[in-house]
Ligand binder design. Sequence first.
Ligand code: DHB
Length: 372
Amino acid sequence: MVVEVRSRAYCEARQRAGVLEDGSVRLLRDAGVARRLDQQGLEHGGIYLQFAGQRHHIDFRELTGGRTVTVYAQTEVVKDLIAQRLADGGRVHFDVTGTDVDRLTSDRPVLRFTDAGGGGHEVSCDAIAGCDGFHGICRPAIPSRLLTVREREYPYAWLGILADVPPSTDELIYAHHRSGFALHSLRSLTVSRLYLQVDPDEPVANWPDARIWDELGRRFDLPGTGWALKQGPILDKSITPMRSFVSAPMRYGRLFLVGDAAHIVPPTGAKGLNLAMADVAVLAPALDALLRGDSRLADDYSDTCLNRVWRSTHFSWWMTTMLHRTPGADAMEAELQLAQLRYVVGSQAAATSLAENYTGYPGPYAPPPGTH
Ligand code: DHB
């Protein structure tokens, strides 16, 4: 049973991430929910890194032995999962209120909620997957003395827009610029997704459309090449704060935290959605075994997931701090960022590290034997 406090329309419209790792695509195919993904997803074999007025291509296929990523919006994944769940005869309760979880360390944890029609429910469960995000109720249901939290806030935010205009590029562009970071992504061959580094406390009202295009044009500019950013009507506009956050362990009795309920990464590098799907890939067989009386995979769930979570937390922090302008940073820091960027585009070893992290590790990331 799935319970959701938002409406189905809200879940299916909210603009979120859009880049799926190889492994996430395979997971969706294996689960039989990739029909539209296979029709509409756009495979990408690399990215551009732009800095100091030049754009450099990082070729994932060449660096990783053929691995790629696929652009397909999280919103579309959500639509596909809801449709399949309903087609399979599963229950999805939208617009619920009064959610509560209880008796988590027993064999029959309890989920309470009030449905959209006002009816009260008390469900006796085998297990509860807390897929309820950073602000959800599941993580706070774990006694705080049992949790270790690691957290970092960044002194900037992303202003994201969806624009009804064909992308001005064949691959995503990550641009480091004196005025701040910018990212050119896409959702289809006719819709572009673009992001700008802005101050975290700035209201979206400070950013009328013309100012956004002006600033994007400046940050992606390639003087003397004739390249130009195509503009179009802005369909959606929002500001996202940026933080790294990891709460461990990810399990308490029969409650298993999944995705943002346990960990948040800053968006640079597109790891958030992929990490949530990697958690699910570990949880599904663990629950299957648990219900057959074998708790070993469930007992390993948190450690297995956290290995990958920390790898992605480091990668997202690295991409973020390499590419953004840190307010108040001194000239030393600015030079160190440029040195790192030159190294990534100039060294096959450094470029391979970026490519391997960006396309994602095959299977749950595990350290070499004997390291823990
Ligand atoms: C997108 C988001 C990201 O955070 C990123 O690194 C690349 C692409 C996107 O929404 O398309």
